[in-house]
Design a protein around this ligand. Structure first.
Ligand code: UDP
Ligand code: MG
Length: 312
C-alpha cells in the first residue's frame, strides 16, 4: 500500500475545514490502495482554525497539524507542511475546496502511468474578477517569456509529487519562496491536467489586489534578472542616440557653419547618461549573479542513476 500525505496550508479556514476533510474523506474512501494522511498547516490564522484542526485530529487519527507562530504566508506554510511529510506521494492543495479532491483518482492514475508528478491548471477562470484574470494572464506571459521555468497558463498549486521530487523541493532553501517556479525548476516528468475552476463557496479569498500584484512580481524576480538587463538596453539606446545627435551636430556645423547650444548639450547628456546606464547594467550583471548564488540552489538534480555519489 502506498502512503500519501496531503499538505494543506490554512489561513482563517475555520468555516471550511470540516467540510474539506469530510469531502476529501469521501474521495479517499474510493481509493483503497492508498493510505492517506492529512498535514494541515495553520498559518497564523486569526480565527479558530487551530481549534478546528485539533478537533478534527481527535475525530480522525490520520489528521495531523502544524501551527505556525504567526502568519508567514502560503509559501512558508507549504514548506512547513512539505518538511513534515514522509509518504511516498505528496499532494499540495488549498483548504477551500477550490482544488476539488475528486481529481485525486485522475492524478494518481498519472503517477501509476509513470509520471513523477501530476499538476493542474485552470481551464477557465470562472468566478474570477476581470482584474484578477488580467493580472494572471500577464503574470504567466511575463514568467514564461523571461525565465527558464515554463508553466501553463492558469497553473495552480494543486499537485501530487513523488517523494524524490519533494526532497528536491526541500533542498531549495531560499527564503523568498515562489513555489510555482520552484516546482518547475526542480524538473521531473510532470503531467499537466486541466480542471474546471470552482468558486469559493465558504470563507473568503485572502488575496487583495496588491497582494496578487506583489505575488506576481515576486515570482517574476525570483527566477529572472531581466529587469537588471534592461539597464543595458537603455544605456545602449542612449549611446546610440548620442551618436545620432553628434552626427547631426557635425552635419549642421559643415552645412550651416553654426551649431547652437541645444545639440551639444543633448549629445553630452545622452552620452554621459548612456555610459552611466551601461555601467549600472554591468554592476547589475554581477548583482544578478550574486543574487542567484546566495539562493544556494542545488547545481543539478539527478532522478535516475545506478551509481552512488561518493561525495554526498
Ligand atoms: N493561505 C495561507 N496563508 C496565507 C494565505 C492563504 O496558508 O497567508 C492558504 C489558504 O488558507 C488556502 C490557500 O492558501 O488554503 C489559498 O488561499 P486563497 O483561497 O485565499 O487564495 P485563492 O484561492 O484566492 O488564490
Ligand atoms: Mg482559494
Amino acid at each position: 500500500m502506498k502512503t500519501v500525505d496531503l499538505v494543506v496550508p490554512c489561513f482563517n479556514e475555520e468555516e471550511v475545514l470540516p467540510t474539506f476533510v469530510e469531502e476529501t474523506n469521501k474521495v479517499i474512501a474510493t481509493l483503497p490502495d492508498y493510505s492517506f494522511r492529512y498535514i494541515l498547516v495553520n498559518d497564523g490564522s486569526r480565527d479558530n482554525t487551530l481549534a478546528v484542526m485539533i478537533k478534527l485530529s481527535k475525530e480522525y487519527e490520520n489528521v495531523k497539524y502544524i501551527s505556525l507562530s504567526r502568519n508567514f504566508g502560503k509559501e512558508s506554510a507549504m514548506y512547513a507542511g512539505l518538511e513534515h511529510t514522509t509518504a511516498d506521494l505528496v499532494f499540495v492543495m488549498d483548504a477551500d475546496l477550490q482544488h476539488p479532491p475528486k481529481m485525486f483518482p485522475a492524478m494518481l492514475k498519472e503517477i501509476e502511468n509513470g509520471h513523477e508528478c501530476c499538476a493542474l491548471y485552470r481551464e477557465k477562470q470562472k468566478g474570477e474578477s476581470f482584474i484578477r484574470q488580467a493580472i494572471s494572464k500577464m503574470f504567466f506571459a511575463m514568467q514564461n517569456a523571461t525565465s527558464k521555468v515554463k508553466m501553463p497558463n492558469g497553473a495552480v498549486d494543486f499537485r501530487v509529487m513523488k517523494r524524490e521530487m519533494v526532497d528536491s523541493i526541500l533542498s531549495m532553501g531560499e527564503v523568498q519562496r515562489f513555489s510555482k517556479g520552484i516546482f518547475c525548476w526542480v524538473g521531473y516528468d510532470t503531467k499537466w491536467l486541466p480542471y474546471e475552476n470552482v468558486e469559493r463557496t465558504i470563507g473568503t479569498s485572502s488575496w487583495s489586489f496588491w497582494g496578487l500584484f506583489k505575488y506576481a512580481f515576486d515570482g517574476f524576480t525570483a527566477f529572472s534578472v531581466t529587469p537588471l538587463k534592461l539597464l543595458y538596453v537603455l544605456g545602449i539606446l542612449m549611446l546610440l542616440g548620442s551618436v545620432g545627435t553628434g552626427i547631426a551636430m557635425i552635419v549642421m556645423a559643415i552645412v550651416q557653419g553654426f551649431v547652437g547650444y541645444f545639440l551639444p548639450v543633448l549629445t553630452a547628456l545622452l552620452f554621459v547618461g548612456g555610459i552611466l546606464e551601461v555601467s549600472m547594467g554591468i554592476i547589475g550583471e554581477y548583482l544578478g549573479r550574486v543574487y542567484f548564488e546566495v539562493k544556494d540552489r542545488p547545481i543539478y538534480i539527478a532522478n535516475v542513476k545506478n551509481i552512488e555519489n561518493p561525495r554526498r
